[in-house]
Design a protein around this ligand. Structure first.
Ligand code: SF4
Length: 441
């Protein structure tokens, strides 16, 4: 075999891309290649792209340009360049035309073939393209999980989406909804727990749409929660329409399921929700939240919001602010509407001016930040456990997550994976300080 290649993977966008980058790294390592840090010299640079907004999609082009320029400046041959992920799937040959330096373009459903594609690119001229969406899922062709796992590890259980929201590219870049078999999910979960994970985050573009014959998503959560060694369980990203009574019951009945839920609503206006093809109303969302909170009173909610969707009036936007005021969010992600090629909303004539989007986003984010800070302050004095994930900014400090998804800084002699009991002693807008009680497990 030729000399092992040094490779780095840079991932943009969502948790699922982080998971895919881990699996691509494992596939290249299993083929004998060696992972290096993003800023270390490498023979192969992999860019795992996000296509959700224009800014994210354009980022890869500037990064590729820099890699090529740096190699030219050093008078060295440039590394082999791989573009993976959703922009690869969406733009394919257009990407090859815009960035002739790219050697491999591979979609999210074909990256199990990455070692072979890299091999072909090294021996044949021209770009190697693989945007296949094979009938048989890639998971069956990926090597076992790496022997070391992060304390909180991602585990993809569902992919794709059949909802076709009019602003979204995911159904086109990730394909139709597909749920992994229970036994495959449990096998990978056991491997991650054996490798040191204590918390698992089940991932899917529409994770709560996961279903297999005889088992619904609540059933999968219960099965994963029962695994020895699992301390905490989370899942993301959900759709309000797939929050079933059994899932709501799971939030009351499964102790390992953390009291934090990311449930995107996007807008508080029924007129805009209809135009987005979300197929639920703001009242439906409020009702779902009320039932979840009845099941788990300390549930912390997070959500996604889009401002400036085509046709959005000031009145529509006020409806979003009113929903936010009423529901109250512990965390949230909010963005200006970004027209995506190939999505129905991009062609609408009633696009909202950027200045109006910016002004509305400012008002929304001010409200959301105030709610996040208020939620953190309301948690002061609570005694709870923090799962330590990594060293903090200062010596002797560690950071991790509370059950409610908050970042918590703890000063003590700890290590990644420790579950440290703390009293939440100081609250900031985006994080808290935990005072250890002495109990660690
Ligand atoms: S449900 Fe989510 S992933 Fe699916 S189309 Fe809508 S926004 Fe995109």
């Amino acid at each position: 075999m030729t000399r092992p290649l040094r490779f780095s993977i840079r991932s943009y966008g969502c948790q699922m891309n982080v998971y895919d980058a881990q699996r691509m790294g494992e596939a290249l390592a299993a083929a004998g290649h060696r992972p290096v840090d993003d800023d270390a010299p490498a023979d192969v640079r992999v860019f795992n792209t996000c296509h959700i907004r224009e800014k994210a999609a354009e980022k890869v082009y500037s990064d590729i340009g820099r890699i090529v320029a740096e190699a030219r400046a050093r008078g060295e041959p440039r590394p082999l360049i791989v573009v993976a992920g959703c922009t690869a799937q969406a733009e394919g040959e257009e990407l090859a035309r815009r960035a002739p330096a790219v050697d491999v373009i591979v979609g999210p459903q074909a990256y199990h073939r990455l070692p072979e594609l890299v091999g072909r690119a090294r021996t044949s001229p021209g770009v190697v393209l693989d945007l296949d969406m094979p009938a048989e899922p890639k998971f069956r062709h990926l090597p076992p999980r790496a022997p070391r796992a992060a304390p909180s590890s991602f585990l993809t259980v569902q992919e794709g989406c059949d909802k076709f929201c009019t602003f979204c590219v995911v159904p086109y870049t990730r394909g139709a909804e597909a749920s992994r078999p229970v036994e495959d999910v449990l096998a990978e979960a056991r491997a991650l727990l054996a490798a040191g994970a204590r918390e698992l985050v089940l991932l899917g573009q529409n994770v709560n749409a996961w279903a297999r014959p005889g088992t619904d998503f609540a059933g999968l959560l219960a099965a994963v929660a029962a695994l020895p060694g699992l301390e905490r369980l989370r899942y993301t990203t959900s759709h309000p329409r797939d929050v079933t009574p059994s899932l709501i019951h799971a939030h009351a009945a499964v102790p390992q399921l953390m009291p934090f839920l990311h449930l995107p609503v996007q807008s508080g206006s029924d007129r805009i929700l209809t135009a987005m093809n979300r197929r639920h109303t703001a009242a439906d969302y409020r009702e779902t939240v009320a039932r979840l909170r009845a099941a788990r009173p300390d549930l912390a909610l997070s959500s996604d919001f889009i401002v400036g969707f085509p046709g959005e009036s000031e009145e529509d936007f006020e409806a979003t602010l009113a929903l936010v005021e009423e529901v109250g969010f512990a965390q949230a992600y909010s963005f200006r509407y970004s027209p995506r090629p190939g999505t129905p909303a991009a062609d609408r004539p009633d696009q909202v001016p950027e200045a109006v989007k910016a002004e509305r986003l400012g008002r929304l984010q001010a409200l959301l930040s105030a709610q996040q800070y208020a939620f953190n302050r309301a948690c002061l004095g609570r005694v709870t456990e923090v799962l330590v994930e990594r060293p903090g900014r200062h010596r002797g400090q560690w950071t991790g997550r509370s059950p409610w998804g908050q970042a918590v800084v703890v000063e003590a002699d700890l290590s990644p994976g420790a579950l440290v009991e703390v009293e939440l002693a100081q609250a900031g807008p985006h994080s808290l300080v935990g005072r250890p009680t002495g109990r660690v497990r």
